[in-house]
Each structure stands twice: as C-alpha cells, then as structure tokens.
Design a protein around this ligand. Structure first.
Ligand code: GTP
Ligand code: NA
Ligand code: MG
Length: 291
C-alpha cells in the first residue's frame, strides 16, 4: 500500500515465559485493568485476544494464547502476528529453559522484547539476579545500561501493571506501526471452535484493511459470509479494522489457528480457493498415510 494510505494501528503483544512464571495471571490482571476503564458490566468473555487502553491513551492488543504454541504455529504458516513480546520472568525463579526459548523465538522473529520481572511481591524475589542472569542471553535491560525495557511488577497485587502498559505504548510508538484500513481485510485466525449454538466461530486478528459484516471471507480451506462480528467484550460490531481482535461468525466449516484470513470479491472465488486448498490438504494426508 502507498504510504499515504497507512494509518497508525495498535501494537499486538504476546506474553511469553517459563511455566508458572505468571503469563496467565498477567494476562488476566491486564484484562481487568480494561474493565475498570471500559464499559459497564465488565463481562469479558474468553476470545483468545483482547484490547486494553494504556494509561497514556493508546490501545494495546494482547493475544491470549500460549506464546510458544502461537509462535510455532504462526511461523510454520509464515505469518507474523506479534509486534512485541513481553517476557515474563518470575523474580524468585529467574531465567529458566522456556525463558531462553522465548528469548530465542523473539530474536529469530526480530520482535522487540520488554522484560516483566513478575512476583515482585514475594519475600524471596531477586529482581537484580534476573537482570544479571539475562545478560548471559544477550538481553541487557536499561538499568544495566542496555536498551531492553524492563519493569518489576506483580500480577498478583497489580503493582506496576499500569507502568507495563505505558512501556508497551512507548515501545510501540518507536516501531511506528501502521496499516491501511481502507482495503479488503486480511488477518490471522488466533483460535477457532465449533460452537453448538452458533456454528463455527473464529477469533481473527485483523492485520490490514477492515472486515465488514456481509464480507466473503476465506481462512485456510474454509470460507463463509460474515454473519456477525463480536468484540472481545461481546458487543456486536459492524466492522473491524487493523489490530482489532474479533469473533467472526458465518464460516461454513471451522478453520485452524494460524490460518491466514482474506476477504475475496465473491462466493465463486471463495469456493475456487478453498476447493483447491482442501484438495491439497487431502493429497498431503494421503501421502502421509501412504508413506
Ligand atoms: P503456565 O501456563 O502453566 O506456563 O503458567 P503461567 O506462566 O501462566 O503461570 P500462572 O499465571 O498460572 O501462575 C503460576 C502461579 O504463580 C499461580 O499459582 C499464580 O497464582 C502465581 N503467580 C502469578 N503471578 C504472581 C505474582 O505476581 N505473585 C505471586 N506471589 N504469585 C503469582
Ligand atoms: Na501455571
Ligand atoms: Mg498459563
């Protein structure tokens, strides 16, 4: 797209880190900060991704899936979904094998990292040890003279969660993230399921363009006409622009996490694309069985 068509978009953030270092707790706590500043009722449903507003006023999209699985699935399909990784390291446990794995994922994908030193409320928290341990993996935080932003926080007490959101916004402003909202939508399936009442439901991260109710949409080997779009707060939307996570209803079958999503001009085109992909999929399966 030409530069003049590009408009600022929210950063898309994935939280990664070792088992039990507090990824889920942090995602849950951050989601609650949104409820405080958000709409009445505050009933949030789990849709695999959500948006919050930072204290500085910018929107931030969090992908709520196990970071490692998401990275692996999306890398396998060549899709870059994440702009920023929050690396969670428990202050009482420091750097562990999956911390190192997460650092490697972020570096390989050239995605900047913010280090969140979690569980700072614990009496045996040793944040300084975390910082020096990270040096071994070429992660040098700002307080040690490096350029990786870090924050000591507690997902349990809520201490410094606002600061983390501010850092994410500041870091993302440096990235100058943009997309053209005025084109056919493209995105990635974050998760998908077959709902008994509603049929196939896909949580889609819109990455370029704007998705509208009524659009013909293809995801992997499935397609459908968008019957309804629901926000992470369960409200119905007429459309969804770049960096917005939405639940998409109307697929004829259930797509897979990591599938690329694209709007096409008509049903005939959607059938053509998905027939071809289904055929390819069957051939691959047959080859595997035959091997
Ligand atoms: P996996 O998904 O299993 O990899 O774990 P996780 O990284 O999502 O960690 P989770 O959020 O499940 O937290 C693990 C444990 O640490 C739970 O018992 C949490 O209550 C606890 N925990 C998380 N954050 C904090 C914190 O800031 N302080 C304290 N004291 N405990 C925490
Ligand atoms: Na856990
Ligand atoms: Mg978890």
């Amino acid at each position: 797209d030409a530069d003049e068509l590009l408009q600022p978009r929210a950063p898309v953030v994935t939280i990664m880190g070792h088992v039990d270092h507090g990824k889920t707790s942090l995602l849950d706590a951050l989601r609650k900060t949104n409820v405080v500043s958000g709409e009445a009722g505050g009933i949030t449903q789990h849709i695999g991704a959500y948006q919050v507003v930072s204290p500085l006023g910018g929107k931030i999209t969090f992908i709520d899936t196990p970071g490692h699985a998401a990275f692996t699935a999306m890398r396998a399909r060549g899709a870059k979904v994440t702009d920023l990784v929050v690396l969670v390291v428990a202050a009482n446990d420091s750097v562990m094998p999956q911390t190192i794995e997460a650092i490697n994922h972020a570096k390989a994908a050239k995605v900047p990292m913010i280090v969140a030193i979690n569980k700072i409320d614990l009496p045996d928290a040793r944040p300084e040890k975390v910082k020096t341990d990270l040096l071994q993996y070429e992660v040098q935080v700002e307080s040690l003279g490096g350029d990786v932003l870090e924050i000591e926080l507690s997902a349990k007490t809520g201490q410094n969660l606002d600061k983390l959101l501010e850092l994410i916004q500041l870091q993302s402003e440096l990235l100058d993230l943009k997309a053209n909202p005025d084109r056919l939508a493209e995105g990635t399936v974050i998760e998908a399921k077959l709902d008994r009442g509603r049929g196939p439901v896909a949580t889609v991260l819109i990455q370029r363009g704007t998705l509208h109710t009524g659009d013909i949409v293809v995801a992997g080997s499935e397609w459908g006409r968008v019957r309804a779009l629901l926000s992470d707060k369960g409200t119905q939307l007429a459309d969804a622009g770049p960096s917005t996570p939405v639940e998409v209803l109307g697929f004829n079958g259930t797509p897979e996490a990591g599938d690329r999503v694209a709007v096409v001009e008509n049903e005939a085109r959607a059938r053509e694309i998905t027939d071809y992909r289904s055929h390819q999929k069957r051939e691959k399966q047959a080859a595997r069985v035959g091997a």
